[in-house]
Design a protein around this ligand. Sequence first.
Ligand code: MTE
Ligand code: MO
Length: 345
Amino acid sequence: MSDQHPDLPPPVAYDAHGAFRERPLAPHELRAKITPTDKLFMLAHLGLLRLTPADWRLDVTGLVERPLGLRLPDLARFAPARVEAVHQCAGNPLTPTVATRRVACVEWEGVWLRDVLAEGGIRPEATYVWSDGADAGRFQGEAVPFFRKDLPLARLNDEVLLATRVNGDALPDRHGGPVRLVVPGFYGTNSVKWLWRLTLADRRADGLFTTKYYNDDLPEGSRRPVWALAPEAVFVSPAPGEIVFGTVELRGWAWGDAPIEHVAVSDDTGMSWQPAQVAPRRGRAWQAWSADWSPAHPGAHQLLCKATDATGTVQPMCDARNAVHSVEVTVADVGFAAAPCAHPA
Ligand SMILES: Nc1nc2c(c(=O)[nH]1)N[C@H]1C(S)=C(S)[C@@H](COP(=O)(O)O)O[C@H]1N2
Ligand SMILES: [Mo]
């Protein structure tokens, strides 16, 4: 363990400056339970970094009994952590009510954040942990010294990781290697890439991405941090524009911070709903759902799917990042037509 606690991030090389997005798989392409790493969506607000493992360090500071300065080999003394979890972008912070469906499910490995913080000794006044990424730059014209997020300490009872691996491989640069924070059950924005500092504090963090952005305005006037994943379901099959016939198996994934208890489908713009079957949740992975649909008539149909979580929260129909997902399909007239059968004589 090194004993220096400098105030500057470790040296990084920028592969690219500025905001970057990589096209996510569309819902109908999310066939695999675990999204392959090379198909994973990628998002960075300030730039794409390369941070050499030898240069990596983690400072644990603020309301701790003993500040820590960890190097990569130091992580080996903590118990291994592993979780399969949904990874979802909350969408563009400038348009927070637009559903983007940038979502995946991956396996993370590393160490538990609570074990690392316990080594520093959390002071009783601490209520939040702030996490800093080594990426600096500008966002919407404002200077950002580093990407900073926060999370309530109460969340440590859930499985928060310092991740060094994804899907069995070392965490690639673009996904925040050598070490990132992963907060399963929270939107991806909270899972800080290129992590270099954790600060224990008794209040929320002061960064651009914890104050101005990533807070939802609630109807009653208060603001809610963009933390917990809201319940959501998507269709994997049928794909948009697909031509189907007979009894059609509808299926997809559903997830949220709380487990999903019900998924329902509708073919009449939400006037009536038919329940789907939902697999129980394992770890923090998404849950498979399916329903058999017997279309009442041939032609164009719009299908909707809607998730309800264990707290009773239901997906909204519109104007939300988790607004109900729909697909349009065409039902072939096979089986509907009253055409006479051409029996051989
Ligand atoms: N340091 C840092 N961490 C970050 C970000 C960032 O810009 N800088 N973007 C966040 C956002 S908005 C998302 S959705 C996820 C994306 O993670 P991924 O690129 O590995 O899929 O990283 C989060 N962590
Ligand atoms: Mo995001």
